[in-house]
Design a binder for this molecule. Structure first.
Ligand SMILES: C[S@@+](CC[C@H](N)C(=O)[O-])C[C@H]1O[C@@H](n2cnc3c(N)ncnc32)[C@H](O)[C@@H]1O
Length: 223
C-alpha cells in the first residue's frame, strides 16, 4: 500500500472489534485512536516490534497490524483460548503480566520494542511492574502507553484521588525524570523524553538520541 493509501488509526479502528475507535463521553471526546495518531505516525514505517498486553477479541492487534505495515505484533493475554487469534505478523503469548519471568521471556523473544501498550488487567501493581520491566527494552524514540489509568481514581479498584499505591500516584514521579539532566538525581524511567497524560491514557516517549551522561563533578551548565 502506498503512503497516500494508508488509512489513519481511527479509520482502521472504525471497522474493527475494539473500543480503541470508540469516541468517549457519548461521542463528545476523541477515541484513543485519534489521540494516539500524532504519537504513532512517526513510527509507522520504522516499527518492527509492537507489543500489546490485553487481547480480548483481537481487534486491536489487527489495528496495529494494518497501521504498522512492517511490524511483528505480539498480543499477550492471560486466557489460553486466545492463542487461536495468531495469524501472519501476529503472535499470541499466553501469560500473566504480573509474572516477571513471563515478561522476561517476551523480552528475550523480541529483544526490544518500538511500541508497548498495556491494556491488560488495569491493576495498579501490574501497570507499575510491567512498565518497570519493559521500559528499559523500549527502543530509542519508542513509546510506552498505559491505558485505562483512570482506574486509579475508581473505588472498585481501591483507587481515589491521592490514594497511596495507585498507578497515577506512582506516575507522578516521572515528572522529575524528564529533567534528570538538570538535577542528576535518581530516575524511575531513564531516558524519558516526554509524558503526555490524556483522559484514560498515559503516553510515555523515550528520547531518540541517548542523553549524554553528565559527570556529577562537572560544573553545571549555564542554562
Ligand atoms: C480491555 S481487554 C483488551 C482489549 C483489547 N486490547 C482491545 O483494544 O480490543 C483486557 C484483556 O486483558 C486480559 N488480562 C487481564 N488480566 C491480565 C493479566 N494479568 N495478564 C495478561 N492479560 C490480562 C483479559 O483477559 C482481557 O482479554
Amino acid at each position: 500500500m502506498s503512503l497516500t493509501e494508508q488509512r489513519s488509526l481511527a479509520e482502521i479502528a472504525a471497522g474493527l472489534d475494539t473500543t480503541k475507535g470508540r469516541r468517549r463521553v457519548s461521542g463528545a471526546w476523541p477515541s484513543v485512536a485519534e489521540v494516539y495518531e500524532p504519537y504513532f505516525s512517526p513510527l509507522r514505517e520504522a516499527a518492527t516490534e509492537v507489543l500489546e498486553i490485553g487481547v480480548k477479541r483481537g481487534g486491536s492487534l489487527l489495528l496495529w497490524k494494518e497501521y504498522f505495515p512492517n511490524a511483528h505484533v505480539i498480543g499477550v493475554d492471560i486466557k489460553p483460548a486466545l492463542k487461536g487469534l495468531a495469524e501472519d505478523r501476529i503472535s499470541i503469548r499466553i501469560g500473566d503480566q504480573g509474572d516477571q519471568e513471563f515478561l522476561a521471556s517476551l523480552i528475550a523473544e523480541a529483544g526490544s520494542f518500538d511500541l508497548v501498550l498495556d491494556d491488560g488487567s488495569h491493576q495498579f501493581d501490574d501497570q507499575r511492574d510491567t512498565l518497570l520491566a519493559l521500559w528499559p527494552h523500549i527502543k530509542p524514540g519508542g513509546i510506552y502507553v498505559v491505558e485505562d489509568v483512570h482506574t486509579s481514581y475508581r473505588p472498585k479498584y481501591s483507587g481515589g484521588l491521592g490514594h497511596e499505591g495507585t498507578f497515577m500516584e506512582f506516575a507522578k514521579r516521572f515528572l522529575d525524570d524528564v529533567h534528570v539532566k538538570e538535577h542528576k538525581g535518581e530516575t524511575t524511567l531513564p531516558d524519558l523524553e516526554a509524558i503526555h497524560l490524556h483522559f484514560q491514557s498515559l503516553v510515555l516517549c523515550k528520547w531518540k538520541h541517548r542523553q549524554k551522561r553528565q559527570d556529577p563533578a562537572a560544573p553545571a551548565p549555564a542554562h
